[in-house]
Design a protein around this ligand. Structure first.
Ligand code: NAI
Length: 286
């Protein structure tokens, strides 16, 4: 099993909201990064997100222009999984669908060295189930970053049924090397974060659908009333309503009716109003 000092190149699969952020923070601390998506246009969008984020850091003077340029140069994009062959660590951040993730892990297992650590950024899916698609379940772990990755400090480390102690320790060490702080959860639906967060968001959506208050007042009420930076509807738009629906469905399947997705959440996703990423969710974005 590799150690932290052996990691030079980090593979990231999925260049969406999370994958682009994970690629960015990995490059900012000096790792070479290979970012993989299925289409060039998704890679281009991921690189745009990275460029915008780095530009904001430069503007705020938290990163120098040279530092931002050097980080950007360390990230290469590809649509070919074989380009991840030399990675000592791969972090998967594709859509929240267990079949897609299992297919990605089965393919990855064939491509990367047998000592490499494979991590998934899943919000709610079972690490044990995803790891079962590989011949190395002891080297598969959950590394659940928070959104937006470049500014959120927390990372949830999730230990699957077969994850080895060394793999768990390496996951904590790697997150710390990325300047993050960690907590650990067992492989139970939603882990700590989404088991508690998703029903809060879901209840906010139900409150809107059932006419308790306007979207603005639901968010204001929770912000002013509980001192959180974003209310449930604003946060749902930020996460992506499709991601919230997938996560809530998994919790519902595994934990029963108290997690049933709000009707309005399903209707918004069917209408492709996914939040910030499509310009329309509970609020409109330019
Ligand atoms: P997203 O929809 O923004 O990005 C997913 C990306 O994966 C897309 O670019 C898509 O083209 C790509 N993709 C799909 N299949 C692929 C494959 N076989 N190989 C390579 N790329 C593929 O999704 P997002 O929000 O980045 O979520 C990714 C993962 O992170 C999900 O598991 C989600 O539950 C989790 N997550 C999301 C958070 C959020 O706030 N959005 C927070 C924490 C975890």
């Amino acid at each position: 099993m590799i150690e932290l000092a052996d990691i030079e190149t980090v593979g990231v699969i999925g260049a969406g909201t999370m994958g682009s952020g994970i690629a960015q923070v990995s490059a900012q601390v000096g790792y070479q990064v290979v970012l993989r998506d299925i289409e060039e246009e998704y890679l281009d969008r991921g690189f745009e997100t990275i460029d915008d984020s780095l530009a904001r850091f430069v503007e705020n003077e938290t990163v120098t222009q040279e530092g931002a340029d050097a980080a950007r140069k360390r990230i290469s994009g590809t649509t070919d999984l074989a380009d991840l062959a030399d990675c000592e660590l791969v972090i998967e951040a594709v859509v929240e669908n267990v079949d897609v993730k299992k297919e990605v892990f089965a393919d990855l297992d064939e491509v990367v060295g047998e000592e490499a650590l494979l991590a998934t950024n899943t919000s709610t899916l079972s690490i044990t189930s995803i790891a079962s698609a590989t011949d190395r379940p002891q080297r598969v772990v959950g590394l659940h970053f928070m959104n937006p990755v470049p500014t959120m400090r927390g990372v949830e480390v999730v230990i699957g049924e077969k994850t080895s102690e060394e793999a768990g320790e390496l996951a904590h060490a790697l997150a710390e090397a990325l300047d993050k702080e960690t907590w650990e959860a067992e492989d139970k639906p939603g882990f700590v974060s989404n088991r508690i967060l998703m029903p809060w968001i879901n209840e906010g959506i139900r409150a809107l659908d059932e006419g308790v208050a306007t979207a603005e007042d639901i968010d204001r009420g929770m912000k002013l009333g509980t001192n959180v930076p974003m209310g449930p509807l604003e946060l749902a738009d930020h996460i992506g309503l499709d991601v919230c629906l997938d996560a809530t469905r998994t919790l519902w399947e595994e934990l029963g009716d108290r997690y049933k997705p709000a009707y309005l959440l399903k209707r918004k996703v069917e209408a492709d109003d996914l939040g910030k990423k499509t310009g329309q969710g509970f609020y409109a974005y330019d």
